[in-house]
Ligand binder design. Sequence first.
Ligand code: SF4
Length: 472
Amino acid sequence: MCYGDVTGVISLELGAQAPGNYENTPEGYGCYGGVDYGARFVRIFIMDCFLKVYGCQMNAADSHLVSRLLADAGIREVSEPSEAQAVVLLTCSVRQHAEDRAWGFARTMRGLGKKVILAGCMGKLRGNELVREGAADFVLGPDEYRRIPDLLLGRDGSGQGNPESLETYGDLLPATTNSVSASVAVMRGCNNFCTYCVVPYARGPERSIAYPDLERQLRYLLDQGVKEIFLLGQNVLAYRHGDMKLIELLERAARLEGLDRLGFLTSHPRDLSCEMIRRMADIPQLLHFFHLPLQSASDRVLKQMRRGYGLAEYEEKIGWVRSAFPDVYLSTDLMVGFPGESEEDFELTLDAVRRIGFDFAYMFAYSERPGTKAADMAEKVPVAERKRRLAELIDRQNEVTRRRAEGLVGTEEEVFVAAPAPRGKGAMLAELKNYRPVILNHTARLGQRLQARLVGLRGRSIIAEPLAKEVA
Ligand code: SF4
């Protein structure tokens, strides 16, 4: 029971039975978010829930699974926390900052009398502490999302789950939005144990989802009008189910009718092979986009990170990618201030950024994560020094990003209209074939493909003007 959480009490006199989530209450027969047409007088309880997502693309993809679970339970999602009786947070533990933000938000929501479920990586890693500190009513790991509706609706009063359970959610169809782009997690977990990273502890070992389940999810998204799909995994190149590896998965997915654009994230450089790249180049729908996290260009630091490759191997693989995809849009992750990183190590990373010429980089200062090997390493780089190196790295990458974008001005390209532009009325966010984002200075239908001229830069963003011709 959860009387404190119900709203919208209406009475009906109707005559047929419809699906819903029913519960006997002292006042009669209650229905959460559904309508029990069989009862003479029915109280309809609608729970409104706000879902807040922190962190990576995996969490964003998970949020669509949670939305599906909420909708199936008749729980309504609202766009503002002020409209909700309950709040579900999908949290991230990759950096301290993300944890602090989630913790603060949970406390604020509890202070406002809302039921709070804190789920995801932070729930798995810091569950006991969060409960002890009263930050949330319930705390769940990333493999316990199926419990969310029952906890919200008061049907699971014990609060006892199994934090060690392992899930793939392969049977769930993700909830869709109006977007023409979507992501599907094809595997969960990671076996790599890079020394700075909490993911293997938070999300458990690698598990890949069987192709028939994935095809069902992909077909569902395509039926809803999605045109571009990313296949996700913490280490997606390690996808393996039976005899099927990622390359076969990409080849089969690309044959599904209605799929225009196909991508994959995130790749561990160690697992990228020449043969895989060669076969990828034969997939017409595949985006010419590679996200290959380098982290550091110092072999000494990479070894300490347990990344399993050196700079020379990384650059050789970039060479393979560039010869198969000359127009590749290349992005990376870079971390500065890892324990023991010297000024010389850092300089190597700065040099590599210019030499390799990344189009984009996610850049971070090392953040100590309790329980990881790196947290116990002695030679900590002072926080102020980490910040200084990060600022210098950002300046270097911005210069490279801008130079690479400038090189495209004046060319004509096909663009895919992905979303309304976040700023700028009448403009759209579009993507080149290699996933490079551009601002299209015109309104256009979502999912439309147009020929456009890249006319200039605004900051580091490329501005495109449509030519008359519509491609598809
Ligand atoms: S590959 Fe390394 S950095 Fe990436 S999720 Fe796995 S352990 Fe973390």
